[in-house]
Design a protein around this ligand. Structure first.
Ligand SMILES: [Zn+2]
Length: 373
């Protein structure tokens, strides 16, 4: 063999070695198992895009006006007293900034935001994340910051990602649970039971100790009459936002610190959450947020980064819903079927949001049906 041919052969072998090297030594991690949302059964290829990325733990460097999204990975073998990652967003105010993903065996239901506020006397907690184990780990996290007792837990609404950790706080004793009455009743309904069943199937250890938590203090509908809690030199105004969301939702305004916990009335890094609600009700909620709290220091949504004024998430959510309404009104007028209209609703401006391809077609169908009525 000529020397040049031999060198060429060696070079090819080296290049091939470099090319195939990673697949030789790194075994691909097994895919995470996921909770399949209603209406998406069997659509595995679509769903695989919406989970937590294996092996790339990421926490943004800030939780206010963040430009990246957390990719928090939790392990089944973690202990209940292992603290969770959290952010201090104001001197006494702490945020658990969740992944924007379907619940899977990597994020273990850390897919929403929750938080706590330390007053001179006690701790006030807002929402509990998606399993009793996450509730226990929230408590463990609070214990790394303060040994003051938890005096109040506000459940903004009883969707699993926000309230399935509540039983952990109930077990602490001495915690006053505040919820919209229908929110607490929801945990007892067939729908919630089905959701709990799904979560048991996926995360049985994490769901250990799950139970229905009834509120000690119900906050009834009618956002004009706020409920006020005063503890340790801080004031919390709690509003029931009524029908502005699929279930009655509480908003918490932390008066002295000028911080709004808006829950799922608004989202950042995610499309507005429509569920079974009428899009006009969601728009009404956004208008109310804007009119009542646009002067606040910080606004924390139920999902995605917190923001400082002018809270661009409000305008983003509104623009999406208004464009969707206009698009669907036109589609109905043109005689398109629902399937055709959803297919054509190509909202590229929002397509980079992590759950876009999952949530947009559902929203689009929902708003089409509103326009037919
Ligand atoms: Zn939510």
């Amino acid at each position: 063999m000529k020397r040049t041919t031999r060198l060429l052969l060696i070079a090819i072998l080296i290049l091939a070695g470099i090319y195939f090297f990673p697949t030789w030594i790194f075994e691909k991690p097994p895919p995470a198992r996921q909770e399949v949302p209603a209406g998406h059964a069997g659509d595995e290829s679509l769903l695989s895009a919406f989970g937590t990325h294996p092996g790339v733990y990421h926490l943004p460097d800030k939780a206010i006006d963040a430009s990246t999204i957390p990719n928090i990975i939790l392990r089944k073998s973690d202990n209940d007293d292992d603290p969770l990652p959290y952010f201090r967003i104001a001197p006494d105010t702490y945020l658990f900034y969740g992944n924007i993903a379907l619940v899977d065996t990597l994020n273990r239901a850390f897919t929403a935001n929750a938080g706590f506020v330390i007053t001179d006397d006690s701790v006030v907690v807002i929402d509990t994340l998606g399993t009793p184990r996450l509730g226990r780990r929230m408590i463990a996290t609070i214990r790394t910051v303060t040994d003051k007792p938890v005096s109040h837990l506000v459940l903004t609404h009883c969707h699993p990602d926000h309230c399935f950790g509540a039983s952990a706080f109930r077990r602490l004793g001495g915690v006053r649970v505040i919820a919209a009455t229908t929110g607490a009743e929801l945990t007892a309904t067939a729908d919630a039971a089905a959701r709990a069943q799904k979560r048991y199937a996926l995360l049985p250890d994490d769901m250990e100790g799950f139970g229905v938590v009834q509120p000690d203090i119900p906050v009834l509908a009618g956002h004009d009459e706020e409920m006020i809690i005063r503890t340790g030199g801080k004031t919390f105004e709690i509003y029931n936002a009524g029908t502005r969301y699929p279930v009655e939702t509480l908003l918490v305004y932390q008066v002295e610190d000028d911080i709004v916990w808006a829950s799922d009335l608004v989202s950042s890094q995610r499309l507005p959450i429509l569920g079974d609600a009428d899009s006009n009700d969601i728009l009404d909620g956004l208008d109310w947020l804007q009119a009542s709290f646009s002067g606040a220091e910080i606004m924390v949504p139920g999902h995605g980064s917190a923001q400082r004024p002018p809270f661009p998430m409000i305008e983003r959510n509104r623009a999406y819903l208004q464009q969707l309404q206009e698009f669907m009104e036109r589609s109905v007028a043109e005689g398109l079927s629902e399937a055709e209209a959803v297919e054509r609703a190509d909202f590229r401006e929002w397509q980079d949001l992590p759950l876009f391809r999952l949530e947009h077609p559902v929203n689009a169908g929902r708003v089409y049906r509103e326009m037919v009525q």
